[in-house]
Design a protein around this ligand. Structure first.
Ligand code: MG
Length: 277
């Protein structure tokens, strides 16, 4: 066969094969009031359960959130002891979930994307399940990486002496709680998802999380603003604008589906405990 008749071997691997979605204020708008209620509940917890004087609470919470990624991570880092489940049920248990309505437009968009889709949230699994239920998005995601996935019970009980290591190569100070935007959290999520950062798009409303994702080599989409900032490859005022901003997600089409089914099998095992919990 003449050389010019030999079929060329082209790279059939997809450009993107995994989509990581933050949950709160990313899959629904900030205007829902969930974030504001959550902040108020955290302040009440710090005052009522941890005994911090009410007048000191706002500054303390702001400082801890900005410094450690989440208020909970900050509270633990500066020495407060509390039960994580108690914290989550207090902070999330009274949220106005009724403000979240089914979003069939987003559901349709998600289901039409050929890539694997995974939630990556600092929230706990009960909160994640409630939000997805209220938005009508159950079944749209292959798995949920959440607080319990990043901080399994075995780690919480055994990590009293090793959490200094978590500050290594991180932009946030040491804390025993693994959460975005720490490098450890992002690397752990990628490992759990069996995802190649160069083929993964990360959606989040937090500038810090997006910047951390970019440092980890991910493609990044800042959600909630049309202003593109450092570390964000794209920005979307609403997750609903995704098709217009990133048509390439759909361009590789069906050829990708087979590959994704195969590559998702390894990841399924990692999520089993969360999905069935
Ligand atoms: Mg968020």
């Amino acid at each position: 066969m003449p050389l010019d008749e030999i079929p060329r071997v082209t790279d059939q691997s997809p450009r993107y094969d995994c989509l990581l979605f933050d949950l709160d204020d990313t899959l629904y708008p900030l205007s829902s009031g969930i974030a504001e209620a959550c902040t108020n509940n955290i302040k009440d917890y710090v005052n009522q359960k941890l005994g911090v004087e009410r007048s000191r609470v706002p500054d303390l919470c702001t400082y801890l959130y900005k410094t450690y990624g989440t208020s909970m991570a900050g509270l633990r880092a500066v020495g407060y002891e509390f039960d994580y489940d108690d914290y989550h049920s207090f902070v999330h248990g009274r949220l106005p979930y009724e403000n979240l309505k089914p979003d069939p437009v987003l559901k349709s968009l998600l289901l039409s994307m050929p890539q694997r889709k995974i939630i990556f949230t600092n929230g706990d699994k009960i909160h994640a399940a409630k939000v997805l239920n209220k938005l009508g998005l159950e079944g749209c995601f292959e798995g949920i990486i959440c607080f319990e996935t990043l901080n399994p019970p075995s780690r919480i009980t055994e990590n009293n002496n090793d959490w200094d290591m978590l500050s290594v190569n991180s932009t946030i100070p040491k804390t025993p709680v693994i959460c975005k935007p720490s490098k450890v959290a992002i690397e752990q999520a990628l490992r759990l998802a069996s995802a190649d950062p160069q083929k993964t798009i990360f959606f989040d409303d937090s500038l810090r999380n997006i910047a951390a994702g970019k440092r980890a080599g991910l493609h990044t989409v800042l959600v909630g603003t049309s202003v593109r900032t450092e570390g964000a490859d794209f920005s979307l005022e609403s997750i609903h604008n995704i098709r217009e901003a990133l048509p390439e997600i759909w361009e590789e089409g069906d050829a990708k589906r087979f590959k994704n089914v195969m590559s998702s099998r390894a990841a399924v095992a990692a999520f089993e405990t969360v999905v069935t919990a």
